[in-house]
Design a protein around this ligand. Sequence first.
Ligand code: SF4
Ligand code: SF4
Length: 386
Amino acid sequence: MCMDYYCTAKFTDLQVHVQSRLLYNCCKAYPERVNLDWLEANPGRLFHTDTMLEDRRLMLDNKSCTSCHHGCYKYEEQGLPSKRQQHINSTRITDPQSPLTDLVISLSTDCNMTCMYCNPDWSSSWQRDIIKNGEYRLDGVPVIQNDNWSNLWAKMKQKSRGTESRFFELLLNEIKLSTGLQSITLLGGEPLLNNQLDQVLEHVHGRKIKIVTGLGVNKQRLRQVLQITKGMDISFDISAETTGTLFELIRYGAKWKDFQDRVSMIEENGNKIKFISTISNLSVLGFNEFYETYAKKHEIYINTLDDPACMMPHILDDRSKNDFIAKTKLKHNLPEFNTILTMIKKTPEDKDRINMGDYLKQFSSRRSISLDFLPKHFIEWCGLKS
Ligand code: SF4
Ligand code: SF4
């Protein structure tokens, strides 16, 4: 296949997972584990490991690299959208040693929720589900499971680990040394639950700060964080894509009413809000209602989903696709809807349809959730009884 392999994100973006010591260049790319001895001996090179430099050189030679094949190229080769397309109009950078401008930090996987498109790599509640109920299997193959690290992590208390670690200290030093750094984004799990959030915020002054949250926190905790961050340049990227019962299924662990209440608290505090809507097949069923609720007041960013594969947006029955197309007829020219229309175009394979039914069944039965509210035609298409 003839294509241009270049992507600006490779030259500007780094995502760091403190807990697992993984570096992602960028968020969709295949990670590498940081060598702490090497980093200690090479301060200021967190964004310039040998692997990253080599990947950038390959890109400049218009060749594929493994980490981006994992994140983007393999989807593009199948005619599917990829994260890389969002960077298509960015300025072309030709120096592999170019400075880091956008840093994303995942503090830990502590989270009260088990969003359907998440997994134990990101959420401690997902880790506990696997410990209690076992792995999720689709087509006879384990698809959602804990690795040894997640098993260990799930059993440790937040106080006795993590951010005091050697890597965390080195990371704070890297931030200090990164003179070109413009923005820092804090991820979780759920960053608002993390005890060390204020310690991190002390080190990031002068940069644009973003907190990415599912708002799975109680009122008191959110109020406390809003007080600490008063006067700082902090915005919130809030993950959500549907409303009501469908929201409570996809973002299991959060209640729709509580979510709306927490959004109001942030609005009243005067922080900028952007919604991140991850478009899965289930969110296509309710995205229009979410858009109607919040689009007038806040930006809504459309995020692509590739895992679990059975939740990709095109894995829907024709009736659900046609209903979405008809219901949103007057919005087809809006970029959010235009993107979703492209996402649902591909014909689903039978294997994906069966896996979706299987996944829904395993996910809902572990949590005793009734699926009666979902469209009958979709449920039957997935091979589940209505
Ligand atoms: S090609 Fe994809 S995975 Fe690689 S840096 Fe760009 S957006 Fe990230
Ligand atoms: S809130 Fe975030 S970390 Fe928690 S389960 Fe949802 S997507 Fe995963």
